[in-house]
Design a binder for this molecule. Structure first.
Ligand SMILES: Nc1ncnc2c1ncn2[C@@H]1O[C@H](COP(=O)(O)OP(=O)(O)OP(=O)(O)O)[C@@H](O)[C@H]1O
Length: 504
């Protein structure tokens, strides 16, 4: 531990107070770019160095993989790679919940069907099972700690995994993050479950730092309450204007109850450090005040990244923008298109495509070694896309990827008209200028760039021109997009739209 490097960035006085208050329950609330993540990084490091005799873990949590990865890399930069090495960790709240459920399984506190104690937790059932559109599905139950399976009914029609496949997957240890959350919720319905979890947390953790806390849902808040009651130091950090995960059950309104009920000390960071130009600072201030705002038009070439609420919006925008993903799908054709896109994104920007693991999994390729091997062999599929004749280019690229998949996993992907899906991707590769990366606003959370482009829908434009409200999630999506730039934000709606089928 003594080899850890200390953070070198100069903290402002208010950041220093927030990072080293010595209080056991702190709620740090602040606007964009005010250094919330800087403070989370500092809190983590201060706790790590605090008491070398205390072997319990310090854990930093965030809600999305991209925000967690930003937090982890900043902790590594500030405190060195040893800082977050086991038993300490920086992870998503989902990973933390998985860990808790695995501990409960390993200790026999709860019993998984067929006695499984190790789980393979997937993001979404549609990558491993056939889905049926309707009201019926399947879910987990719990009786005296024993997990069971039952058919479920809902009032809302949607694609769901059905009972037989659900049973088969669950019994082989495969489940979704939602299933993990359900198991833990059921376990915590009993006072005894809450008490035992509190004891386990107290024995294993000395401090929990939660960034982006306004993305927490009821279970996350319950967990924090149990941690507080177990006398663990808990710091929660966030900005109500940046809560984006209502669709996943996030309840920004619950944070007030938590911090009041558990007597958190509230510390406000007042100064923003992100905005390096007066115009960008003024934009952020006007938006937060709910005032109407007129955006400056620009071109993709002026931007380091382009953001939109949905992947489809990016695909139907300028062909100088290369989105990192196609809207999540479940067909093998979606998987092939996503895999080729992943290879293109990797080649252009040195980072993976957004849904690449799910896409590979859908065609039977799993594990980082296999995925990397497959990606390396996809290079010709990327090259073929720029062949002179369009029909040949699309067909050769598609067939190459399908051939590699068949060779590596045995999965055969059919689809005569499928290669036409690659048209929008080919258009991007034929762009004469440099491509700029496109991502959703959700991907951009917690991150920043010098110059940011946004593509807004008509309704988003109207909201921005009327003034945003913190109580509306669509408004908050616009707000997050418009506060990612250090220097300038450009509206890219004027650029020539492109028609294509990759999004369908
Ligand atoms: N005291 C400081 N001095 C100089 N720069 C700072 C200071 N604090 C933060 N910064 C810089 O300001 C920028 C924003 O910081 P950070 O990302 O931590 O803010 P944030 O509040 O988490 O932002 P958001 O919630 O909008 O994602 C970063 O580039 C960071 O390095």
């Amino acid at each position: 531990m003594t080899q850890m490097r200390v953070q070198t960035q100069r903290l402002s006085e208010e950041q220093a107070i927030a990072s080293a208050s010595g209080l056991s329950r702190v709620f740090i609330e602040a606007g964009p770019g005010s250094g919330k993540t800087v403070v989370a990084v500092q809190l983590f490091g201060v706790q790590r160095l605090a008491d070398p005799t205390d072997s319990r873990s310090v854990v930093a949590l965030s809600f999305t993989r991209s925000a967690t990865s930003e937090l982890r890399s900043r902790i590594t930069r500030a405190w060195g790679p040893r800082a977050s090495r086991s038993p300490h960790r920086v992870c998503t709240i989902d990973a933390f919940l998985n860990e808790i459920v695995c501990v409960l399984l390993a200790s026999g506190e709860i019993g998984w069907p067929k006695g499984r104690i190790e789980l393979d937790v997937i993001d979404d059932w549609k990558t491993v099972a056939d889905m049926q559109y309707g009201l019926s599905g399947a879910r987990l139950t719990m009786q005296d700690g024993v997990i069971g399976i039952e058919r479920s009914w809902s009032s809302e029609r949607k694609n769901r995994i059905q009972l037989t496949q659900f049973r088969e997957k669950i019994e082989s240890g495969i489940c979704s993050h939602d299933d993990v959350r359900r198991v833990l919720s059921l376990y915590l319905q009993e006072a005894e479950g809450r008490r035992k979890l509190g004891v386990w947390l107290r024995n294993n953790f000395r401090c929990v730092v939660v960034d982006e806390v306004f993305d927490a849902n009821q279970l996350d808040i319950d967990l924090l309450r149990i941690a507080v009651e177990a006398n663990i130091e808990v710091s929660v950090i966030g900005d109500p204007w940046q809560a984006l995960y209502g669709f996943r059950g996030a309840r920004p309104d619950l944070i007030g109850d938590l911090v009041k009920g558990e007597k958190f000390e509230r510390i406000v960071l007042t100064r923003s450090y992100r905005f390096e130009t007066d115009t960008q600072l003024a934009l952020a201030n006007e938006l937060r005040a709910g005032n109407p705002v007129e955006l400056v038009s620009g071109t993709p070439m002026q931007c380091d990244v382009v953001l939109a609420h949905k992947w489809e919006t990016l695909w139907s925008s300028s062909s100088a923008i290369l989105p990192m993903a196609i809207k999540s799908g479940s067909s093998p054709q979606w998987a092939i298109a996503s895999i080729i896109l992943h290879a293109v994104v990797q080649a252009h920007f040195g980072i993976p495509g957004h849904h690449y693991k799910e896409a590979f999994r859908l065609v039977g390729i799993e594990g980082i070694v296999q995925i990397n091997a497959a990606t390396a062999r996809l290079e010709p599929a990327v090259g073929h896309l720029t062949l002179f004749d369009e029909a040949t280019a699309l067909r050769e690229s598609w067939d190459h990827a399908v051939g590699i998949i068949r060779e590596l996993s045995g999965v055969v992907v059919l689809g005569q008209r499928a290669p036409s899906r690659l048209k929008p991707l080919r258009a991007r590769l034929l762009e004469p200028g440099q491509l700029v990366i496109g991502m959703t606003v959700h991907q951009s959370k917690g991150r920043e760039w010098d110059n940011v482009g946004v593509v807004f829908t008509e309704s988003e434009l109207q909201h921005v021109s009327k003034g945003l409200s913190v109580n509306s999630e669509p408004d908050r999506v616009c707000y997050v997009a418009l506060t990612r730039a250090r220097e300038s934000t450009f509206l890219l709606n004027e650029v020539q739209p492109l028609t294509g089928s990759i999004v369908s």
